[in-house]
Design a binder for this molecule. Structure first.
Ligand SMILES: *Cc1c(COP(=O)(O)O)cnc(C)c1O
Length: 396
């Protein structure tokens, strides 16, 4: 593989003609679990052994006392907010750069989102600005660990305790990560996981809420039980998730090795002034035994000024043509919603930087061999070295 060859976006042969690796990949344990569902009939039953067993397994893995399974991570965030008594007219703080549905969930309850800027050193919620967002209506804060990074939960919890607000910890992108010697999603008053089709543990759909406070769990159960479960996870979904939880730590370790290799590879891509064009969060990741990140997406800062004039969108189009699963990150929530819908602290300059500069690499390639990681760097080199022709190409 050489960088001088014609990029796929200009008609060359893609570096990965087969495209990015599939997700989910082959997993014999999942086939066994599905076969077991067929033979014991649980595939077609309201109740069976699988949901109970998954709850036990998640409780042990996370060292929490209560896990409630539900239909999606989005629903799980709503349930978590209801569990900490967020009500119409209350305010909920969240980062201005976050998953869209978190904002929508606050609105769904009739509460008001209050947006806080991003910390430019780790591209996560800036904890130092949370206090400025507080009013007498503040009930809770949603803290999401995004793109392999994480929010320092000890500072969040100290602050929340002092200010008397509840913390919803969104670990949908960080399932299995270890932060300050505990699992992601277990430091807040209530934590949230997603089992959506692209996530680190998938059943196509699904989610979970975790807490150590029985009264929060009780409130959530009251909300979801309507004589029947309103937002259930099925027996069949639970069955396929169990073996994936067994493999999660092993897979997260392999992903972490790949991200370290990727960061080294990408450091070789520099502007004419010798500055890196694509940066990972590597310097903000934990470096000791008390921490290990998890990567649903690997966040990359893309600097057009340092590249050869390719916009972020054109660069990611060209990379996807090579078979590399890179896309733009989230939109800033303040940029896609009417100002009438939210309050904010200041004008959110760092969330604007994230909105404009973040690229995300989807995780499946991180379970491939080191050649696949090197390919990402070669693809970027190939694209950069033909930047002028790519910008001049005629659109089909
Ligand atoms: C995926 C995700 C969710 C929930 O997603 P679902 O698709 O509804 O399961 C919530 N928060 C974040 C940060 C996510 O990435």
């Amino acid at each position: 593989m050489s960088a001088s060859e014609l990029p796929a976006i200009l008609g060359g042969t893609p570096l990965r003609p087969e495209g990015p690796p599939a997700w989910p990949g082959d997993c014999p344990e999942v086939s066994d679990a599905l076969n077991a569902c067929l033979s014991d009939g649980s595939w077609g039953k309201y109740h069976g052994p699988n949901c109970e067993a998954l709850i036990e397994q998640l409780n042990t893995f996370h060292d929490v006392s209560e896990t409630i399974l539900c239909a999606s991570g989005t629903v799980a965030v709503e349930l978590a907010l209801r569990g900490v008594r967020v009500e119409p007219g209350d305010e909920v703080i969240l980062a201005a750069y976050d998953f869209k549905a978190n904002f929508q969930n606050v609105l769904t309850i009739g509460a008001v989102p209050v947006l806080v800027d991003i910390d430019p050193t780790n591209w996560q919620l800036d904890v130092s600005q949370v206090e400025a967002a507080i009013s007498d209506k503040t009930k809770a804060i949603i803290v999401s660990h995004l793109h392999g990074g994480w929010v320092p939960m000890q500072s969040v919890m100290e602050l929340a305790h002092r200010l008397g607000i509840s913390v919803v910890e969104d670990a949908c992108q960080a399932t299995g990560a270890i932060l300050d010697a505990r699992r992601a999603g277990t430091a807040g008053h209530v934590g949230v996981l997603s089992f959506g089709g692209s996530k680190l543990m998938t059943a196509g759909r699904g989610g979970a809420v975790m807490t150590n406070q029985p009264e929060i769990a009780q409130r959530i159960r009251l909300f979801t039980q309507r004589g029947n479960e309103a937002y259930p996870l099925s027996e069949m979904q639970a069955a396929v998730l169990r073996p994936q939880l067994d493999r999660l730590d092993g897979r997260n370790n392999a992903r972490w090795d790949s991200v370290r290799q990727l960061s080294k590879e990408l450091k070789q891509l520099t502007s004419s002034q010798g500055e890196p064009v694509l940066r990972t969060l590597i310097d903000a990741y934990p470096k000791d035994d008390a921490g290990r990140p998890a990567f649903f997406k690997v966040g990359l800062q893309y600097d057009i000024a340092r590249s050869t004039g390719l916009s972020r969108a054109t660069f990611s189009d060209a990379m996807r043509a090579e078979g590399i699963a890179i896309d733009s990150g989230f939109r800033g929530l303040h940029r896609i919603h009417s100002k009438r819908r939210f309050r904010s602290v200041g004008n959110l300059p760092n969330a604007n930087v994230c909105d404009e500069h973040i690229l995300v690499l989807h995780h499946p390639v991180l379970l491939d061999d080191s050649d696949s990681i090197r390919q990402i760097r070669v693809a970027a080199e190939r694209v950069f070295s033909h930047a002028e022709a790519i910008n001049k190409r005629r659109m089909p």
